[in-house]
Design a protein around this ligand. Structure first.
Ligand code: KIV
Length: 271
């Protein structure tokens, strides 16, 4: 007879479950979440990964960029999301300047995990030394390449990255080096669909796309964009999933099914 507790028998997904999904060709669904109510709803629908993204700087806090978001903000929202989660994997962003050195990164990642309940942290850019330091401390890492919103003051505008072949080669190389450094997941944001396909094929670890075409191992969208309640204009690569339904739950379910069946993103959402 099995060990019985009063707790639900639903087990939270692990990093291994995500790896197996890639191996078996099952698309990984991911949405951003910032609070307990949406966490419970997203989890109930069966979305695989909830990303507590620093996009909360825009959709929750009303800033123009993700730069003002602090580690304290991230811990607070990650805890709100973890609290209501039953199955979905909880991934949390390290915000701007919170991973400027390996030690700084480890200290802040520990807060997201110990206080926030995150299972993995995400950081932007080709910081291989930071990634391997975190992984050696037992902190699972998700990389993030392509458009890096934390670099907006250097980029000037949010636009597609990797259109030039030299840029594309750099992104492929960075992706391989992140995997080599021990990253177990990679987000690719706003890159041509062909480039994202190439990277998803080359890497062993799952690649989650946003504005990166249908051939990634999974997809992520900002919740408020797909529910059409964002303050800022919805980006071209996103889609209003409330368009044909009457409840938030069915919009999230439509997104979940569209990603699982490789029907989203369509070419009009891709570059
Ligand atoms: O902050 C965020 O929500 C993100 C996604 C857009 C990938 O990083």
């Amino acid at each position: 007879m099995g060990y019985m507790t009063h707790h639900s028998t639903i087990k939270p997904l692990t990093v291994n479950d995500l790896a197996v999904m890639k191996q078996q060709g099952e698309k990984i669904t991911c949405l951003t979440a910032y609070d307990a109510s949406f966490s419970a709803l997203i989890d109930k629908v069966g979305i695989d990964v909830m990303l507590v993204g620093d996009s909360l700087g825009m959709v929750i806090q009303g800033h123009d960029t993700t730069l003002p978001v602090t580690i304290a903000d991230m811990v607070y929202h990650t805890r709100c999301v973890s609290q209501a989660r039953r199955r979905a994997f909880v991934l949390a962003d390290l915000p701007f300047m919170s991973y400027s050195t390996p030690v700084n990164a480890a200290k802040n990642a520990a807060k997201l995990m110990q206080l926030g309940g995150a299972q993995m942290i995400k950081l932007e850019g080709a910081h291989f030394e930071v990634v391997s330091f975190l992984v050696n401390q037992g902190i699972p890492v998700c990389g993030h390449l392509g458009l890096l919103p934390q670099k907006i003051n250097q980029l000037g505008t949010y636009k597609v990255q990797g259109k030039e072949s030299s840029e594309a080669m750099q992104i492929i190389d960075d992706a391989q080096q992140l995997q080599q450094a021990g990253a177990s997941l990679l987000v690719l944001e706003c890159v041509p669909a062909g480039l994202a396909k190439e990277i998803s094929t080359r890497l062993r670890i799952p690649v989650i796309g946003i504005g990166a075409g249908v051939d990634c191992d999974g997809q992520v969208l900002v919740l408020h964009d797909m529910l059409d309640i964002g303050i800022l204009k919805r980006p071209r690569f996103s889609k209003n999933f409330m368009h044909e339904v009457t409840t938030i739950e069915s919009a999230i379910d439509a997104y979940h099914k569209a990603v699982k069946q490789a029907k989203f993103p369509a070419t009009e959402h891709s570059f």
